[in-house]
Design a protein around this ligand. Structure first.
Ligand code: ADP
Ligand code: MG
Length: 475
């Protein structure tokens, strides 16, 4: 495969998994130089030591996991090249480095620093990577202790905790559903971690439905479908994240259905998450939907301000960041619903303070977050409102947006519609895809990514989108 294609694919996945901010900040300036399929190795070129250390420390597993999958190999060595193409040690990098010329994107929006200031050491406390090196391993940071309970998530939290203490007996299966960044993955890992504390011998398997599907597909490719199923035979606790990605994958669903039944009959615990109620997931077999709803279906809502502040304080504590009340109140009110973004805002403020050697004050937070994207998720905007408005601005019609037509103007309008629909409503990728004439969720992700990039690259488009947004939100 061509290096560019592989890297583009990886960026898309990383964006989904780690957020576009991480991609913008760390991966944008990296290039995939070579792929050596005989040696199962690749070389990544890093813009400077700072980025190299950070990526090695925090995203090595993310890179390994997904590039292995994209390149379809079971082992993969990643060489991190510096700007002179020297391979650097793949051992744990030193925590700090300085003397770099590249400014991470987190600082670019409001960076008014002198080059001297830029050179200051980045002293943010390194926290352990979200991505564990071992595939499917549980992340020890996602524990019940680090989960803040509020009215928006108390049902899901209570159910998750009960399940972890009494596997297979209380709610089986347990399905947790809710929008992105609300803590589903955190709870799934917390169940696994807590259950293992009760019984360290417990066989736990965590995976996303996406990983499940990829493993399954490669198993059929190598005629190993049988072995694939065997892998699940002796599991005590199966945690499957984001089951909406099973949508329209008939064979994968079929296999999952059998695995589910086998485990269920043996009273083994199954926990799943989804970004919407199973009934609403299109392209999911009825019998699978009904299985998912057999036990308990617990939803997660967007947190209220108090919960957001409590979560922020918890995260600050975890990262050793000291925040005054007014600053945490400010950050929490800037970010509307997504807790992942809340964390992103915190890291951004902290990174800026560390790099410039300042204390975190309200003024500093305001300055850093001036352009921070907030999402008015409470909006009552419908997909059709957005579709109509976008069509109008691009001198086309809703019908054409939903059609298969690919003329430049219509395609652009459609992509802008995808972007705004995701930003301004709570609708899932799937329902946006369905609304826009039955498009696949990956098409929608692609469109959103493309527009996000265009907003950075093309001022006139950025302006146009801003105008539509204002028009929509002021109605
Ligand atoms: P989802 O899987 O629903 O998209 P995640 O579980 O990945 O969301 O959560 C996104 C981030 O927000 C994670 O870093 C997670 O630790 C954090 N988070 C979400 N909810 C809470 C909470 N109630 N308390 C503490 N952290 C939370
Ligand atoms: Mg998740």
């Amino acid at each position: 495969m061509h290096t560019n294609i592989v890297w583009e694919e990886f960026l898309k996945i990383a964006k989904e998994e780690a957020g576009s901010q991480v991609v913008e900040t760390w991966f944008k300036a990296v290039t995939l130089e070579t792929i050596d399929s005989r040696e199962n190795s690749i070389a990544l070129k890093m813009p400077n030591n700072f980025v190299r250390n950070w990526i090695q420390e925090h995203y090595h597993s993310l890179l390994t996991t997904h590039l292995k999958r994209l390149l379809n190999c079971s082992t993969l060595t990643i060489k991190y090249l510096d700007s002179h193409n020297n391979t650097t040690s793949t051992k744990k990098p030193e925590a700090k480095s300085s003397g770099h010329s590249f400014t991470p994107a987190i600082l670019q929006t409001s960076s008014q620093m002198t080059p001297e200031e830029n050179k200051k050491e980045y002293a943010i406390t390194p926290h352990k990577s979200k991505y564990r090196s071992k595939k499917n391993a549980l992340n020890p940071q996602y524990h019940f202790d680090s989960f803040v309970v509020g009215p928006s998530n108390s049902l899901a939290h209570g159910a998750a905790y009960a399940v972890s203490q009494n596997l297979g007996n209380v709610y089986n299966p347990l399905l947790i559903y809710g929008g992105t960044g609300l803590g589903k993955t955190h709870l799934l890992h917390a169940i696994g971690n807590a259950a293992r504390e009760v019984n360290p011998q417990l066989r736990v398997k965590y995976e996303t439905s996406d990983q499940f599907m990829h493993d399954f597909i490669s198993s059929i490719r190598f005629d190993k479908a049988h072995q694939f199923r065997e892998r699940y035979k002796n599991i005590d606790l199966l945690l499957i994240d984001d089951v909406q990605f099973f949508s329209n994958k008939e064979q994968t669903q079929e296999t999952f259905f059998h695995i589910f039944n086998t485990l269920y009959e043996q009273k083994k615990q199954i926990v799943m998450s989804a970004d919407m109620f199973p009934e609403e997931i299109k392209g999911l077999q009825g019998r699978l939907k009904s299985r998912m709803e057999w036990g308990l279906v617990a939803d997660m809502q967007t947190p209220d301000l108090e919960t957001k502040i409590a979560i922020l304080n918890k995260k600050a504590e975890l990262h050793n960041i000291s925040l005054s009340q007014e600053v945490s109140h400010f950050i929490a009110s800037r970010v509307h619903s997504n807790i992942r973004q809340l964390e992103g805002a915190l890291i951004r403020v902290d990174a800026f303070a560390s790099l410039t050697g300042q204390k975190i004050t309200l003024e500093l937070a305001q300055k850093v977050l001036i352009n921070f994207q907030t999402q008015p998720k409470q909006s009552t905007l419908q997909l059709s409102d957005i579709g109509q408005k976008v069509a109008k601005y691009f001198a086309t019609t809703m019908q054409e947006l939903k059609s298969k037509k690919r003329s430049q103007q219509i395609a652009m309008a459609r992509q802008v519609a995808c972007y705004l629909m995701k930003k301004l409503t709570n609708e899932s990728l799937q329902s946006i895809g369905d609304f826009l004439g039955g498009r696949d969720h990956s098409t929608i992700i692609h469109a959103i990514n493309k527009i996000e990039q265009l907003i950075i690259d093309d001022l006139s488009i950025a302006q146009k989108i801003k105008t539509i947004k204002v028009d929509l939100t002021q109605d």
